[in-house]
Write a protein that binds this ligand. Structure first.
Ligand code: KG4
Ligand code: ZN
Length: 351
């Protein structure tokens, strides 16, 4: 099975071709091209939806041609075309989905209108041998959720953020201290020379029942601390970055440990705990999650950093899994700005 994937839900324009061998079922990434628009958005300190949509229009066709070329395939050899249909910035989603529909229609291939979150959720199965069910911590710029993944289209949410997404908290903290955009990698870099013990930032919801998250109080505390410094020096910024990152790690680890306790009965050891989404590229978070997994009888599985942040290989892979499960879409599939994972077709499994 060979699938072309297209991603355009935020500020990465991307195309990829992914295959699964008929015998053995091993996935292979035949090509994976990503064009990041960060330099176009940097002057504004965040993603500007109109600029993003226009850039997707300009670049997607060329990226698709390059992905096909690098894979050494022509369109007739594809088994399907997968494109992100949401959630995301609606202008960009429309551009990518219409591109996918055009290719699917022209070459008479099935269309897979992929939920971007499902792309992140299944990405670990592209790089690792992970069976269902598994526990998933999905941490990105727009989302922060703990889920049980039972199969394509089968998600049970254990907890989610009540306010900001964790990536958003990284981005806003970085912006506050003029560390640049995107904020996650900038905070991680600054934190390397910082003292995490200097500022005792709040750990919202830590110790409370359930698996929900909250990050807005942490963000406010960082702002108050930064604003109170008369003349912030690079060491102050590094210390705030390290203290902020430590608070985020503590919260992610504590909430995840609660989810592990709830999930223990569902699988035998080593139980898979998958971390995915852009924030899962963070080394400190991976290290802390890995230790928590070891403590609770789980194994941490996180795709390489380049497949944690937005890419089209994960969209192609999710499309492949959905086609394999007999879940193709028709050409009327609608682009969606909001699209929770639990709203996917067959997600009605009781838990
Ligand atoms: O998954 P992603 O590429 O896009 C969304 O679906 O949102 O995630 C982007 C988010 C941004 O907030 C970015 O700052 C964050 O992931 N991020 C990181 C790191 N790399 C990207 N956060 C913390 N540490 C990183 N190394
Ligand atoms: Zn994403």
């Amino acid at each position: 099975m060979i699938i072309l994937g297209i991603e355009s839900s935020c500020d990465e324009s991307a195309a990829a071709v992914v295959a699964r061998e008929d015998v053995g079922g091993r996935p292979r990434i035949l090509s994976n091209v990503v064009l990041s628009q960060t330099s176009a958005h940097r002057p504004y300190g965040g993603v500007v939806p109109e600029i993003a949509a226009r850039a997707h229009i300009e670049h997607l066709d060329g990226l698709v041609a390059r992905a096909m070329d690098e894979a050494g395939l022509d369109y007739a050899q594809l088994d399907g075309v997968a494109a992100t249909a949401g959630p995301g910035l609606i202008g960009g989603v429309i551009v990518g989905l219409m591109t996918g529909k055009g290719i699917a229609l022209t070459h008479k291939k099935p269309l897979l209108a992929v939920n971007h979150l499902e792309g992140h959720a299944l990405s670990a199965r592209l790089t690792n041998d992970v069976g269902f069910p598994y526990l998933l911590l999905l941490i990105s710029g727009g989302h922060c959720q703990l889920l049980i993944v039972k199969g394509p289209g089968h998600y049970h949410c254990l907890g989610r953020t009540l306010d900001d997404a964790v990536g958003e908290a990284f981005d806003k903290t970085a912006k506050l201290m003029d560390l640049g955009f995107p904020g996650g990698p900038a905070i991680e870099a600054a934190a390397r020379s910082g003292r995490a013990a200097r500022f005792d930032f709040p750990r919202p919801l830590k110790g409370r029942a359930g698996c929900d998250f909250s990050f807005s109080g942490l963000k406010t505390a960082v702002r108050q601390t930064y604003d109170a410094l008369p003349d912030p020096r690079p060491q102050d910024v590094a210390d705030i970055a390290a203290s902020f990152q430590a608070a985020v790690c503590d919260v992610l680890v504590e909430r995840s440990a609660r989810a592990m306790k709830r999930f223990r009965q569902e699988a035998s050891p080593p139980r898979p705990f998958v971390a995915a989404g852009g924030v899962a590229a963070n080394d400190e978070i991976r290290t802390r999650l890995s230790a928590a997994c070891a403590e609770h009888g789980f194994e941490l599985i996180a795709p390489p950093a380049s497949l944690c942040t937005d890419n089209a290989a994960m969209i192609a892979w999710a499309g492949l899994e959905r086609l394999h499960a007999g879940l193709p879409d028709d050409l009327n599939a609608a682009p969606r700005a909001r699209w929770p994972l639990e709203d996917l077709g067959n997600a009605a499994s009781p838990h």
